[in-house]
Design a protein around this ligand. Sequence first.
Ligand code: FCB
Length: 424
Amino acid sequence: MTIDLVFPPGFVFGTATSAHQVEGDNRFNDWWEWEEKGKVPRSGRACGHWQLYRSDIELMARLGYRGYRFSVEWSRIFPREEVFDEDALLRYAEIVDLLRGKGIEPIVTLHHFTNPTWFNRRGSWLREDNTRYFLKFVEKVADTLKGVKYWVVFNEPNVYVLQGFILGVWPPGYRGVGKGEKALRSLVKAHAEAYSVLSKRGVWVGVAQNLIPFKPASTRRRDVEKTRLVDLAYNWAFIDAVLHGEYAFLKGRGRAVSSDFDFIGVNYYSAYLVKHSWNPFKLFIEVKPLETDIRTTMGYYVYPRGIYEVTRAAYERAGKPIVITENGVAVEDDEDRIKAIIRHLQYLHKAVHEGVRVEGYYYWSLMDNYEWDKGFSQRFGLIEVDYETLERRPRKSAYVYGEVAKTNTVKGELVERYGLKTLD
Ligand code: FCB
């Protein structure tokens, strides 16, 4: 007999999206500009969520989901430096009201990878004093959206800095470690400024950090040492800087503007192996996916134990409550999604059982959507989107997850039905 895994009272099972990936027609941000330059696939009308939000919220309520994480698109609120679009902001306020009316806990993200194009023309995040533009946006949103407890200032600052400022493969497309360092400093400062505005209102402010369990490729000393470095720089640089006011990996050069978090949002997807490399162009480091039995269409593999590892690590390092702000898989077979969800929840439950304070779990994603540089090819959704008609079709996983959400329980019978076992 497999036992039921009951989550604590008040634990929220929800779903997540971000503005540019679902809304459609976000023409005033830098991602759209990249699309126009042909560097990434076009997002076009995406899922049409900017029009269909009412029925989408109805649908998530019917399915039994209790939380919804979404982002407010800065370039909708300030399409030009001097133009403030109040109607757009009021629509987000309506979204919050609709959610709350259905008993769905909103989590609002303020920056999810996109900047208004005018902000980049002003030097983007390379100029520390540019944080004032972001702050103006944060103030407007905080004044207008009422009844939101959880606020995420930055989504995955580590991924964003790496892709957009060090490797230059995402907008704004800067390249070099020095650029990355500058951007990181600005983000840490912007977080501190947003923190002071928001925390005065008695809400909880956090980050949604992409956390990766890095494993040494062998027991060799060099591999182990590189793993430690990668872990420090990728997983913890932003969090440590905010909490302790210094950049541990920038020896001696390191004061940061410290502030705080009220919770740590964890975005967890996959695990990687780290190996020492002799190639200076790779900074003497080689990183590759850890292979397991389920490969996602993203190219990386499903490693459910990792959610336990990173959740514990974040809790121990930051000492703050945790929210799983993203976890999910892009797979062709929906049965693999169901198995992945069950496995991840088993491991999350283990962390909770061991005393880690976790407030909720938000599946990425509510529906299929635009996956950044991969366009519409990746099917992360509990709900299938027909991009011709914009019709929503809940997959089997949508109902299975709904049962979990409604009962706060992963039933033993469900675990057995999918041929899975109790964790040791
Ligand atoms: C995360 C992003 C999110 C989505 C998932 C698949 O890194 O925060 O927008 O693209 O990956």
